[in-house]
Design a protein around this ligand. Structure first.
Ligand SMILES: NC(=O)c1ccc[n+]([C@@H]2O[C@H](COP(=O)([O-])OP(=O)(O)OC[C@H]3O[C@@H](n4cnc5c(N)ncnc54)[C@H](O)[C@@H]3O)[C@@H](O)[C@H]2O)c1
Length: 331
């Protein structure tokens, strides 16, 4: 068993974002080809803490990856009031021949990395280029920062940002981070509508549990919306757009906006398809309509990025080997 901590993982992910987008693309295509098993995530919730949860994402991914495993990710939103991040996570990788776990990895970075890689892959696919005139960001926490690092390292051309967070100090801090690396115009806005106005790309990464955006007129200029936080948009907004996700059966559950829309309409006809459908050119974006990408976040993506990081760390001689972890098995 090898234990790999955040430092070693960050060292790899920080230097290789373009390659990681290719890793995530390969995972989506393997999943689309049926070379995976990705049961529904399990949500552990607490009777006396409504906002907190721990999610388990077991998966198997074949193709070039050939690995199984489980991500166990906790979200405790109140953590941030005590100066520690909201999410914490562990990824276990299992060998597909023996079933034995061979790695235990810090996984909040892997999780944020695969989420941001999938987001920029969706953005690039839906916009048709690594270019956005103006990007609106709603919710400027950890995931937004990872999305920004991918946009930066993939050399997106962006003229301006509009930043909105319920906590104005968070938007201000985010603007300061961006200012180090971009000459784009940076404006922290006072209301969420301004993060949509004239933005051809809008990134939603809040921790909203219920829809707080209701007016389809926010989409009148046909933006691409990356709905990473999954629960921000009321059904009337979903119904005003083309909708794409990563896996329909996964995304239409757990009171996501897609799930609420299914409950409202009684069907899933409003979902156009998956990112893999777009990547394989089985579907096209209609540029005369807004497009919303709501990726549920599949365990196969954690496996793909986790295994890629593991291979690199091991080949560089890193990680902490625990030779007496199992009984009856040689070191
Ligand atoms: N789809 C996926 O694959 C995937 C993967 C990982 C995380 N996520 C989701 O991404 C979201 C963001 O995660 P994070 O780690 O960045 O969280 P975070 O706590 O670091 O940041 C969230 C930010 O959103 C702000 N916020 C909360 N409600 C808001 C609202 N209504 N309007 C504007 N801002 C608001 C908060 O003030 C905070 O700054 C979470 O909902 C998480 O579940 C999705």
């Amino acid at each position: 068993m090898t234990v790999i901590g955040a430092g070693a993982i960050t060292a790899e992910t920080d230097r290789h974002r373009p390659e990681l987008v290719d890793v995530v693309r390969a995972a989506y295509l393997a999943h689309d080809a049926g070379d995976s098993a990705n049961p529904h995530s399990s949500f552990l919730r607490f009777p006396d803490q409504r906002r907190s949860r721990i999610i388990s994402l077991p998966a198997y991914l074949g193709g070039a990856f050939e690995v199984a495993g489980n991500k166990w990710i906790a979200s405790f939103p109140d953590n941030t009031q005590h100066g520690i991040p909201r999410a914490s996570a562990t990824l276990i990788l299992n060998d597909c021949i023996t079933g034995y776990p061979f790695a235990c990895m810090e996984s909040s970075i892997i999780s944020a990395t695969r989420t941001a890689a999938s987001a920029v892959l969706g953005a690039q696919t839906l916009l048709g280029a690594r270019r956005a005139r103006r990007v609106g960001m709603v919710g400027t926490g950890l995931i937004a920062q990872h999305v920004w690092r991918f946009l930066r390292d993939l050399e997106w051309e962006i003229d301006a940002f509009r930043l909105f967070d319920l906590d104005p100090a968070a938007a201000g801090r985010f603007a300061a981070v961006l200012a180090k690396d971009t000459e784009a115009e940076l404006v922290a806005v006072d209301n969420v509508e301004e993060a949509f106005t004239d933005c051809d790309l809008v990134v939603l990464s809040t921790v909203a549990g219920e829809p707080h955006l209701h007016d389809p007129r926010l989409l009148a200029h046909h933006p691409v919306v990356l709905h990473l936080s999954l629960r921000d948009l009321a059904p009337e907004m979903i119904l005003a757009a083309q909708n794409f996700t990563d896996d329909v059966d996964h995304a239409v559950r757990e009171r996501t906006s897609l799930h609420l829309t299914e409950q409202r309409t009684g069907n899933r006809d409003f979902i156009d398809g998956t990112l893999a459908d777009l990547l394989r050119e089985r579907l096209d974006r209609d540029p005369t309509r807004p497009a919303i990408f709501s990726p549920f976040g599949l365990g196969v993506l954690d496996l793909a990025v986790g295994k890629w990081v593991y291979d690199r760390v091991i080949s560089a001689g890193g990680g902490h080997r625990v030779s007496d972890f199992f009984s009856g098995v040689g070191a």
